[in-house]
Every structure is written in C-alpha cells, then in structure tokens.
Design a protein around this ligand. Structure first.
Ligand code: FES
Length: 173
C-alpha cells in the first residue's frame, strides 16, 4: 500500500519512538493518521500497519474494533461528534444530539448523501469543563447552545468549512 510522503514520515517518526519489541505501541496513532488519509480503516491499512508494527492483522482489527474513533467505513468530510456522556448529558448534550439528528436527517455514524457531513454520538471527549461539547473533525466547540449548533450545522449544510462559520468560534485549530 502506498501512502503520501507526509504520512510515511509520520509513520517512521512513530515507529522510531519505540524499541524493536514494542513497535505495536505505535499502532493506534498510525491507524488514526492512516484513517485520515485513506478515509477509513480498510483491510489494506490494517495489513500495512500490522506488517510495520510486527503483529497480525487480526490483532490490529481487535484494536481498531475497540476504539470508536476508528471508523470502518468512510465518514463525511466534516464529521460532527456530539457528546452525550454524563457532564454533557446534564447540560443538554442529548438534546443537542437529537437536534443534530433532525437538522441533518442523519443518525449515529450516518453520512449525508453527498459525503459532506456525518454525525456521531460520542462518549466523553475530555471537554467536560466546557460541556456541552461538540467536535467537528479535530476542532472543539465548547458550551454549545442549540442556537450555536444550528449555526454550525446550517453553515456546514450550506457548504461552508467550519472556519468560515464566523458566528461559531471553535476552541482550537
Ligand atoms: S462528558 Fe462530554 S466532554 Fe466529557
């Protein structure tokens, strides 16, 4: 399998961090960045990562099946994740998720017909202090209100990138 030079360099850097008998420790970051480039955890990606970290493809599948951030089918260009775990649940996370389902016409891990937007109900994203939290790709949105969510989703549906939706500021970039 062929990867971009950037991803090859990243893989090399990950593998170089671990001794020869611990290369498997690089498996998860390799799968995450591989997924970003390939689009999902494909059989080819699994085989390649297994070969490079020195485990069997089955062992890679066991890991990739455990972590919900690893997807076995392509998600949308903009992957909207709404947290409904306890801190977010207490301040409206579940209502935000239901609102997102209605607004997008999507359910959990479903992708819009044009492949632009996907939706996922997720467990704690580590942003409990700023609940309720929403994430689009790698960007967080904190203290999300229904109005903020509407603006974010309306913007995405209109074909805007998240950074073009000025009414809703992401926390990191
Ligand atoms: S419970 Fe939602 S970010 Fe932690």
């Amino acid at each position: 399998m062929t990867f971009s030079p950037e991803l090859e360099a990243r893989f090399e850097a990950f593998l170089a961090k671990y001794p020869a008998d611990r290369k498997r420790s690089a498996m998860i970051p390799m799968l995450i960045y591989g997924q970003d480039e390939v689009g999902s955890i494909t059989d080819e990606l699994v085989e390649e990562v297994a070969k490079r970290v020195g485990v069997t493809p089955l062992q890679v599948r066991e890991v990739s099946g455990f972590y919900s951030m690893l997807h076995h089918k392509p998600m949308g260009k903009y992957h909207v994740q709404v947290c409904t775990n306890i801190s977010c649940l207490l301040v409206g996370g579940e209502e935000l998720y239901e609102r997102a389902c209605q607004k997008l016409g999507l359910g959990h891990k479903q992708v819009s017909a044009d492949g632009q937007i996907s939706l996922e109900e997720v467990e704690c994203m580590g942003a409990c202090s700023w609940a309720p939290a929403v994430q689009v790709n790698y960007d967080f949105y904190h203290d999300v209100t229904p109005a903020m969510l509407d603006k974010l989703l309306d913007g995405l549906k209109a074909g805007k990138a998240p950074e073009q939706i000025s009414e809703v500021q992401k926390v990191n970039s």
